[in-house]
Design a protein around this ligand. Structure first.
Ligand code: 6CS
Length: 318
C-alpha cells in the first residue's frame, strides 16, 4: 500500500523534513506494509488548488494545506489570524495538536464537510515581513503592495494595517518581487532563504504578529478506510512529531537567518513592543471579520483554539 504525501514546499523545506520523519516512522511501524511517497511542490501540478483537489478526490491521500486552503476550507483561515497564537512556538504546536482543538467537532467538521480530515498542525516559524522600504508602523504600510497567500482573511488583515495586499503564486513570487510587481512579502525565514526572496528585498522586519501554520490533512474516505490500528499509528506518529516538527523548524529558521545575514545585505529590523502594539490594535477587529465570513463553525473553531491555548499555557519545556 502506498500513501502519497503532497507538499506545498520544495525539497529541503520544513514541510519536506517533517514529511520525511513521518514517512520513516510509518514505514517502520507498519513493518513495511505501507510506503509513503513524498511529492514536493510542483510534483502534483502547478497550483495549490490542484493539490487540494487531488487530496479531496483521493488521488493523493495526505498533504499540507496552509494559507491557500481558504478557498477549499474557509474555516482554515483561522490559522492566518494575527496576534492569536501564544508567543511560544512549542506551546502553539501543542495547542494545535491537542484533542481540545484538533478533535473539536467544529475543526473536524470544517474539513470533513469537504471530504478531508485534519490530522495535525505544524507551526513552521514566525511570519517575517520583507519589503523594499523600512516598516515600523501601520503608516509605513500605507498602500504597500505586499504579497499575501490567497486568503481573504489575510487580505483583510493587511488592509486593516493600511496596505494594498496582492496575491501571487509561490512559484512566481521571486520574479514578481524582482520586477517590482510586489513591494513586500511574508514568509517564515527558512522560505525567504530557500526561495531566494531575500535577495530581491531590502528590509527584513520581525513583528512577531503570527506564525506560519501548515495543516496536515488527509482524504476522508482514505482515513475512514484505515484499520483502527493504522489510524492509531498515524495519530501516535503525528503526536511524536509535535516536538520533532518544532525542533526542525527552529533549527531551519535559525540557521537560515545566519545564511541570510552572511550572504545578503538585507537590513534586519525588530519591532519594539510599542511598535508591535500598533499593529495588534489594527488586527483585533479582524477576528470578527473571520467569524462574519465563515459563520458559526468558524466561531466554534476559534473558541476551541482559544481554549486549547489556555490549557497549554506555560507548557513549553523545550
Ligand atoms: O507563501 C506561500 O505561498 C507558501 N509559503 C510557505 C512557506 N509554505 C507554503 C505556502 O503556500
Amino acid at each position: 500500500e502506498t500513501w502519497r504525501f503532497g507538499l506545498e514546499e520544495i525539497e529541503g523545506s520544513v514541510q519536506y523534513e517533517y514529511a520525511k520523519e513521518f514517512k520513516e516512522r510509518i514505514e517502520e511501524e507498519s513493518g513495511g506494509d505501507i510506503t509513503v511517497q513524498l511529492l514536493p511542490y510542483g510534483k502534483w501540478g502547478s497550483s495549490y488548488s490542484a493539490l487540494y483537489d487531488a487530496i479531496q478526490n483521493g488521488a493523493i491521500q495526505i498533504g499540507f494545506g496552509s494559507g491557500f486552503l481558504g478557498g477549499t476550507v474557509p474555516e482554515s483561515q483561522l490559522m492566518s489570524l494575527n496576534f492569536v497564537m501564544p508567543e511560544d512556538e512549542l506551546e502553539t504546536a501543542k495547542a494545535l495538536n491537542s484533542d481540545t482543538f484538533l478533535k473539536s467537532d467544529a475543526w473536524q467538521q470544517s474539513f470533513r464537510k469537504r471530504g478531508l480530515v485534519p490530522l495535525a498542525g505544524l507551526p513552521e516559524g514566525y511570519q517575517v515581513w520583507t519589503a523594499n522600504k523600512e516598516i515600523r508602523s501601520p503608516e509605513d504600510m500605507k498602500n504597500l503592495h505586499i504579497r499575501v497567500m490567497d486568503n481573504s482573511l489575510l487580505r483583510a488583515t493587511y488592509r486593516a494595517y493600511g496596505a494594498a495586499p496582492i496575491t501571487i503564486a509561490y512559484g512566481e513570487l521571486y520574479s514578481a518581487l524582482q520586477q517590482g510587481q510586489a513591494d513586500a512579502n511574508i514568509q517564515p525565514v527558512f522560505a525567504h532563504e530557500e526561495m531566494g526572496f531575500y535577495e530581491v528585498q531590502d528590509y527584513m522586519i520581525f513583528a512577531n504578529q503570527s506564525q506560519f501554520v501548515g495543516n496536515v490533512i488527509g482524504n476522508l474516505d482514505w482515513w475512514e478506510g484505515l484499520s483502527e490500528d493504522q489510524q492509531k499509528m498515524v495519530e501516535q506518529t503525528t503526536q511524536e512529531l509535535v516536538q520533532v516538527g518544532h525542533d526542525i523548524q527552529s533549527q531551519f529558521n535559525k540557521e537560515r537567518l545566519d545564511t541570510i545575514k552572511d550572504k545578503g545585505d538585507i537590513q534586519i529590523i525588530e519591532l519594539s513592543d510599542d511598535e508591535r502594539a500598533k499593529f495588534e490594535e489594527k488586527a483585533k477587529p479582524v477576528r470578527d471579520t473571520y467569524v462574519n465570513e465563515v459563520g458559526e463553525r468558524g466561531q466554534a473553531s476559534l473558541d476551541a483554539l482559544l481554549e486549547a491555548i489556555d490549557e497549554n499555557k506555560g507548557d513549553s519545556a523545550s
